[in-house]
Design a protein around this ligand. Structure first.
Ligand code: G6P
Length: 459
């Protein structure tokens, strides 16, 4: 182990010790569990859920020695270690398709529950309670800056979080891709909080960013789905999401649960700093509590999106445009489309179109306009018209009631009206469905898109 370079997770059998399996790891995750019929190693909990719920996380420079019915742990000096067991509360069925054609579709439909389960943990008598995480009001009160750092969809939650938290709390918020943050020698303010968002809790770049923030003496809050994962263990504070196991490579329910935590973080922070009063806080909490039902409503008519997707299976380029929070939602919608349907798409801040992208619009190019922010509606609408006059075919996603959108767009999708700051939770739903149905119509492997992995444990 001292001589192997890079990151790895190995299970090793020795010809002359046939009864034993040894496991070691460096930076890549490795879990060990005792099942009904033997002992097991795996890289992730869902793989062994049907066998056991009690797992141990191996750390770097530790060795697990497994026989059929015993597990022993040692450090690099071969001294035996006591390891804490983690109880996984997910049930085995959660890692099965349960009648759905794909895990992704199942997980899309589990979003009301994922958000509800997450809210239930942190909302007590309509008060936001983070006490179990240790995240104190005193810390939130003195913050000068918040840094959201993450990869992929979790980064898009951070991108949305910037708009939401700046608006609610008045604290300047920066968002960084973890792979950039870790190498750019970031200049970080003293009284700040680094928030690492991660479904798996094992993403190599996010973990490295976490360690960098800690080296710089900053408190780190992890928003993590997998209990006991590396990011959860190394963060100073953890707010877990309760999305349950997510199997599909393209995330949906974990993204939604992360958004819910970000809303609560923003509201709590704003309240303790006096940026909002009790009344506004109660109104925001009650808006958040409606989200599970509203997400369920947004999921009610998937066939319409399916029909629309079937018309666009041969699209070459698709553009998502929006302003403010809608831009952040567009980033996620575009990623969903790219990763599973392999159709090239880009999310553009609508106001940036005329600085380059509009030259790509041709007759029939699909442009998806996102219009959830009342104060930006007219602006985005006029950008949509600019693309239409150059031949674009327009899909518009907006809240129920904005029926005048039909005057401009060719295909309108309505989502329930939420507090505008929380619109991502409903607006992302048709975009996830669009990506999903495009992938299915094109006959692709929805749950395991080519070249992608669920947990990116290497940089
Ligand atoms: C991979 C997944 C994405 C995910 C990203 C970050 O690329 O395919 O769905 O958003 O990693 O993963 P994390 O586990 O840190 O949220």
């Amino acid at each position: 182990m001292l001589r192997v370079r890079g990151s790895y997770a190995f299970g090793i059998l020795f010809r002359d010790i046939p009864e034993k399996l040894y496991a070691v790891r460096k930076d890549s995750p490795l879990i060990v569990g005792k099942g009904k019929t033997g002992t097991l190693i795996a890289s992730d909990v869902p793989a062994i859920l049907s066998e056991t719920r009690t797992v141990c996380y191996l750390d770097n420079m530790e060795i697990a020695e497994l026989s059929a019915d015993e597990i022993h742990f040692f450090n690099i000096d071969q001294e035996e270690l006591e390891k804490k067991e983690t109880l996984i509360t997910w049930d085995a069925q959660a890692a099965e398709k349960g009648g759905y054609a794909h895990f992704m579709l199942k997980e899309i439909h589990e979003q009301p529950k994922a958000v509800q389960d997450t809210l239930t943990v942190y909302l007590h008598d309509n008060q936001i309670d983070f006490s179990e995480s240790g995240l104190s009001d005193a810390l939130l009160k003195k913050l000068e800056r918040i840094y959201f750092v993450a990869c992929g969809s979790a980064y898009h939650v951070g991108a949305a979080g910037k708009y939401i938290l700046e608006e609610l709390t008045g604290i300047p918020v920066e968002v960084d891709l973890a792979s950039e943050f870790r190498y750019r020698n970031p200049k970080l303010l003293k009284d700040s909080l680094v928030v690492i968002i991660s479904q798996s809790g094992e993403t190599a770049d996010s973990l490295a960013a976490l360690r960098l923030a800690k080296e710089r003496g900053l408190p780190v809050l992890g928003i993590v789905n997998v209990i006991g994962s590396s990011i959860a263990r190394e963060s100073d504070y953890v707010l877990y999401t309760y999305a349950g196991p997510e199997i599909s490579v393209a995330t949906t329910k974990a993204y939604s649960a992360q958004l819910a935590v970000v809303y609560l973080l923003g509201i709590r922070c704003a309240l303790v700093r006096g940026a909002i009063n009790e009344n506004r806080c109660s109104a925001l909490v009650s808006s958040v509590k409606q989200l599970p039902q509203q997400i369920a409503k947004a999921l009610e008519d998937p066939e319409r999106i399916q029909w629309f997707a079937s018309k666009y299976i041969n699209a070459k380029d698709v553009f998502f445009i929006g302003r403010g929070l809608d831009y952040a939602i567009g980033l996620e919608g575009s990623l969903k489309m790219k990763e599973i349907s392999y159709i090239h798409s880009e999310a553009y801040a609508a106001g940036e179109l005329k600085h380059g992208t509009i030259s790509l619009i041709e007759n029939g190019t699909l442009v998806i306009g996102l219009l959830s922010q009342p104060q930006l509606y007219e602006k985005t609408m006029s950008n949509l018209m600019e693309t239409k006059s150059r031949g674009a075919y327009l899909m518009g996603v907006t809240e129920e009631g904005n029926y005048s959108i039909e005057d401009t767009v060719d295909f309108a999708v309505y989502v329930p009206k939420t507090e505008p700051l929380f619109a991502a939770s409903v607006e992302v739903i048709p975009l996830q469905l669009l990506g999903y149905y495009l992938s299915v119509s094109r006959g692709l492997d929805v749950d395991k898109p080519r070249n992608l992995a669920k947990s990116v444990t290497v940089e």
